[in-house]
Design a protein around this ligand. Structure first.
Ligand code: ATP
Length: 293
């Protein structure tokens, strides 16, 4: 095998809580993540030139093509691990918006780890790949594991759980034009920790229990809270506007994912989802209609 293509799926956070700050500077989180069908496509091809070179190409502007790209770091880590004397060309067909809270970079990184493992017959288990992935980014292990999971600690300690039914719900994604840096959002949250602690926080154990019992969104909604939304919605007022538009169009729930600024709406009714999609797409270029995985 000389080439392999892997789908790199976006995720949303159905809930995200920040529990505190760890001594290493990272934040302790508890969140529920579920993958979406929206995906990048990552193709990894051996160069066969006997040198450990890594070339990245993509279909959009603004993606770093050097070591700053998480797919590059993943390839470098894997080549070094087995002292492989070969290089790779990585093509990333980017469909997931960037700086969006959808873990696009982490998904590409995860797909590259999985692709390299297969391409070079490295025989690493999913657990071993997740451990390597955690060195590259806290969302990477989830992107390797896939599906739906509760993530704790710095986000790398995962427990698979039952997700929302992909056949029952439609998901509308809408990203305000200006992205936001994850680090900056967590930084601001930390600075205002005392104020943030007093705001509503999700009961994630209840949420997961309700999801596994197959409760409808109206019964899950009170625990679908993303505490980072308190910060990002101040920086990007469109977050609230998009949530109102989605709710007005009949969303069963609408909230921000990750550090934002992308908002997602969950709709049981397909026509309502299509209506919300059309309304938002008039104003926001990066609007998508997708579903859970
Ligand atoms: P997360 O939800 O994990 O915080 P995000 O959706 O907010 O992710 P990404 O799209 O992953 O953000 O990208 C954030 C930054 O990471 C970009 O500005 C970009 O410079 C860098 N980056 C590194 N690798 C990639 C990649 N493969 N695709 C997109 N961005 C990447």
């Amino acid at each position: 095998m000389n080439e392999i293509t892997i789908d790199a799926y976006a995720k949303v956070n159905l809930s995200l809580d920040v529990l505190g700050k760890l001594s290493n500077g990272y934040h302790e989180v508890r969140m529920v993540m579920q993958q979406l069908k929206l995906c990048d496509k990552v193709t990894v091809r051996k160069t066969g030139r006997g040198r450990r070179e890594i070339f990245i190409t993509t279909n959009v502007d603004g993606v770093p093509l050097d070591y700053r790209n998480l797919a590059h770091r993943a390839a470098q880590l894997m080549l070094g691990l087995d002292e492989i004397l070969d290089g790779v060309e990585i093509h990333i067909e980017k469909n997931i918006p960037m700086e969006a809270g959808l873990a696009g970079g982490s998904a590409d990184c995860a797909a590259t780890l999985v692709a390299m493992n297969a391409l070079f017959d490295m025989g690493l288990s999913t657990k071993a790949l997740c451990k390597l992935g955690a060195r590259l980014g806290s969302d990477v292990p989830f992107c390797i594991l896939g599906g739906t999971a509760v993530a704790e600690g710095t986000g790398t300690s995962l427990t698979p759980v039952k997700g929302l039914d992909p056949d029952k719900y439609h998901v509308v994604l809408c990203k305000p034009p200006e992205g936001i840096s994850t680090g900056a959002v967590y930084g601001k949250y930390s600075e205002r920790m005392a104020e943030m602690v007093a705001k509503p926080h999700p009961d994630i154990i209840s949420l997961v229990g309700g999801m596994s019992a197959g409760l409808p969104i109206k019964d899950l909604k009170k625990n679908m809270i993303n505490v980072l939304q308190y910060i990002t919605a101040e920086e990007r007022p469109q977050v609230r506007e998009i949530i109102y538009t989605m709710e007005g169009a009949g969303a069963d729930a609408a909230m921000m994912t990750g550090s934002g600024p992308t908002v997602f709406g969950i709709f049981e009714d397909k026509e309502k989802a299509e209506f919300a999609y059309r309304c938002l797409a008039e104003t926001y270029e990066e609007t998508y209609l997708t579903s859970f995985r």
